[in-house]
Design a protein around this ligand. Structure first.
Ligand code: HEM
Length: 450
């Protein structure tokens, strides 16, 4: 299947997705056209490719720092009030997305078209939660295309309402930032790139291209990180194994992106989470646009009724013939692999021409967040948290947010509320001199959420 991805790269969308993506005006949902190639190049150049990732490193570091500050501020009351990690990570990822796309985080926003001021949480709902829920709305006419002339007004009105609100918010943001740019204030971000360096896009294309990384950043990476922390909290031995690895590599220093490739167990935790809890369980439907062969079957292209393919990633990753005890979450299975782990091993990011453009960013953010949270805290699930399950929507969230009790590790203590965090280096904590790192000094002097 992986080798055949190139010949099946055209999308077949449901009615809901067609409306939500403004007729495929989104990289992930468009057909494989010149427009697709152009905007994918833009997003890679400005946000997701290797050079852009270096430029946005500062935002990822800030996210990691904020996450740590918030957990330290919360830890003293964690035993009575278990922590809802999803809320924190979601908010931090939203902030990161805004900095990459608009150059700065968002507070409240006046939305002219709706005549209201929205608080940040509502902006999140309008730009992320509502469209994700809308994307799995089912129009029965999807299954009976020959009956598509029958109106289904309630369904369409609901999706259109979601789209109108999302468009109104994006329009307000674009106006605000266009004024900023016109006033001579430029920032290293996607909107500045699109308005100054890219070929002009139509208003609709601009809106959709800017919205896309916001919704993509805020959802799948959070899902992966939350599932990984859930599994690690459930398995103290695996958590300790990861902690030992981090300590061996980082010693008294805070984990950094440069160290990630020295930590095979952390990488294995990431890949095993993608396998066991694939965030995109079923790939958006595709047409076959070239003759191809899949699983021994000849699949013709260009016939009148084009063939539609639903690639079942969840099924592939739970296949007993391929994975031993597939139900079990076991990062060790990836350590046994002789080849370096390839992103296509679980197909969680798709493949071929339509491979996920954000895979490297997602991996950096998830691994750094997981690594730092385990380096600084011991994690246990709240006592009465039973087994938990996936919910299959457009993406595969945990049905209930994970609730955990956290305890700062020895030598790593947070001070008071308000995110004021003090890091005691391990060496100092055990009486071995003052090894405080530049990074830690910087943190101590900048304790606020940035
Ligand atoms: C763990 C996190 C993520 C997972 C599991 C994931 C998964 C996927 C999958 C399965 C596809 C479809 C691939 C296909 O059809 O073959 C995709 C496409 C895409 N993803 Fe991701 N994604 C993640 C994070 C992100 C992030 C953070 C971004 C951007 C900020 C992003 C941007 C995109 C884009 C632009 C495409 C369209 C690529 C194309 O059609 O050429 N993804 N992703």
């Amino acid at each position: 299947m992986v080798t055949r991805f190139d010949s099946i790269s055209t999308r077949k969308l449901s009615k809901a997705l067609n409306i939500l993506t403004s007729d495929k005006t989104m990289i992930a949902m468009s057909d494989y056209t010149d427009y697709h190639k152009m905007v994918k190049r833009y997003i890679l150049t400005s946000v997701l490719g290797p050079i852009a990732r270096n430029k946005h490193r500062v935002h990822r570091d800030t996210m990691s720092k904020n996450l740590s500050n918030q957990l330290h501020a919360f830890a003293p009351r964690s035993a009575h009030e278990p922590i809802n990690l999803r809320k924190i990570i979601q908010s931090e990822l939203f902030s990161l997305a805004f900095k990459q796309v608009m150059g700065k985080d968002i507070g409240s926003l006046y939305v002219g078209d709706l005549g209201i001021t929205m608080e940040r949480e509502e902006v999140f709902r309008v730009l992320v939660t509502d469209p994700i829920m809308g994307a799995i709305e089912v129009d029965w006419r999807d299954f009976f295309p020959y009956l598509k002339w029958i109106p289904n007004t309630g369904f369409e009105k609901n999706i259109e309402r979601i789209v109108n609100r999302k468009d109104a918010v994006m329009k307000a943001l674009i106006q605000e930032h266009t004024k900023r740019i016109d006033s001579g204030e430029s920032l290293e971000c996607f909107i500045d790139y699109l308005l100054s360096k890219a070929q002009p896009l139509t208003d609709k294309q601009l809106l959709m291209t800017l919205w896309e990384p916001i919704i993509e950043t805020a959802d799948t990476t959070m899902i992966t990180t939350e599932w990984a922390m859930y599994e690690l909290s459930k398995s103290p031995k695996k958590q300790e194994r990861l902690y030992d690895e981090i300590q061996n590599v980082c010693g008294s220093q805070t984990i950094t992106e440069e160290k990630l490739n020295q930590m095979p167990y952390l990488t294995a935790v990431f890949h095993e989470t993608l396998r066991r809890h694939s965030p995109v369980a079923i790939m958006p439907l595709r047409y076959v646009h070239e003759d191809t062969e899949l699983g021994g079957y000849h699949v013709p292209a260009g016939t009148e009724m084009l063939m539609q393919l639903a690639i079942n990633i969840y099924g592939c990753n739970m296949e007993k013939g391929i994975w031993e005890n597939p139900e079990e979450w076991s990062p060790e299975r990836f350590l046994a692999e002789t080849e370096p782990i390839d992103l296509q091993r679980t197909m969680a990011f798709g493949g071929g021409k339509r491979v996920c453009a954000g895979a490297a960013q997602a991996m950096l953010i998830a691994c750094m967040s997981i690594g730092r949270m385990v380096q600084e805290f011991e994690w246990r699930l709240k006592e009465d948290t039973g087994e938990d399950v996936n919910t299959l929507g457009l993406t595969t969230q945990k049905l209930n947010p994970m609730l955990a009790v956290i305890k700062p590790r020895k030598g790593c203590s947070g001070g008071g509320g308000g995110g004021d965090r003090r890091w005691l280096p391990m060496a100092a904590a055990i009486g071995g001199g003052d090894h405080e790192t530049v990074y830690n000094i910087h943190e101590r002097n900048n304790p606020k959420i940035v």
